[in-house]
Design a protein around this ligand. Structure first.
Ligand SMILES: [Fe+2]
Ligand SMILES: [Fe+2]
Length: 272
């Protein structure tokens, strides 16, 4: 289920994407310049690797008995567990006080589940993955994973040059993780192609998940900014600037789609 990598034409959402990415880069430049800021971000990355996707793998393992898929799921799950350990090692290397556990409101998959509960009446754990031993459940699990992987890749690519500037050892870790995440996306495409009823069905559900994920990511970004300000992890001027931005973006209708997600949207395609 491949989509073109970037939006081709000017659109309101592509401007929003550019603006949000520029703001994220600005924020990361200040946040990743200090060991305590890096520890905060790296703990979030480690938590996302260990907690988020593991939930989906556990569900798929319950009902998928295709040996080839089981092999891919096993490899994929092992990669994510290894990524979590690698990121935790990066946290320790910062040599600062432990940043503590990541609040639920900062974990995209948890927020995404709640977002689907709100927008569709049921979270994905209940409605997408709890469907029993069906091809549809496997395809939906991997469409959901695809959306999560797209976000991870976008964020990792955005942070990589900034880590390279302030923490080259972590940048090296990130480079190996990025290569793995690119491979994981290929697993998602392959499994969806094999299990989805057809392309239109897959496209419909992919869009549902991308819409919900963009909404969830917007809320997580807002909550994260509040957490950064509460913890004094930003220089005063940056904190002041992002305090204002946070209020402006809180209820923005221009959602933070990833470039792949934005390119896959029907309205963008029609405009192209
Ligand atoms: Fe990962
Ligand atoms: Fe991954």
């Amino acid at each position: 289920m491949k989509t073109v990598p970037t939006p081709r034409r000017f659109s309101r959402d592509s401007v929003a994407l550019f603006a949000r990415d520029s703001l994220a880069r600005r924020l990361h430049h200040d946040l990743l310049a200090t060991p305590v800021g890096r520890a905060h971000v790296l703990r979030q990355l480690a938590t996302a690797e260990s907690a988020d996707e593991a939930t989906i793998f556990d569900e798929v393992r319950k009902y998928c008995k295709d040996p080839e898929i089981e092999k891919l799921v096993k490899k994929h799950a092992e990669d994510e567990a290894r990524h979590a350990i690698l990121f935790e090692e990066c946290v320790s290397r910062q040599g600062v006080t432990d940043p503590g556990p990541v609040a639920d409101e900062l974990q995209v998959l948890k927020v995404l589940d709640k977002t689907l509960e709100k927008t569709e009446g049921r979270g994905f754990l209940a409605s997408e993955l709890g469907g029993g031993d069906t091809r549809e459940s496997v395809a939906k699990a991997y469409l959901l994973l695809q959306v999560v992987e797209e976000r991870a890749l976008h964020q990792f690519r955005q942070m990589a040059p900034i880590f390279a500037k302030y923490d080259p050892a972590t940048a090296e870790v990130l480079a190996t993780v990025i290569a793995d995440e690119e491979r994981h996306l290929k697993y998602c495409y392959a499994i969806v192609a094999r299990y989805a009823a057809d392309g239109a069905w897959a496209e419909t559900h992919l869009q549902r998940f991308r819409d919900a994920e963009a909404l969830a990511f917007r809320d997580v970004q807002g909550a994260n900014l509040t957490a950064l300000l509460d913890r004094n992890l930003l220089p005063v001027n940056t904190a002041r600037f992002f305090g204002i931005i946070s209020k402006l973006l809180r209820n923005s209708k221009m959602l933070p789609y990833t470039p792949t997600g934005l390119a896959g949207r029907t309205d963008v395609r029609k405009a192209a």
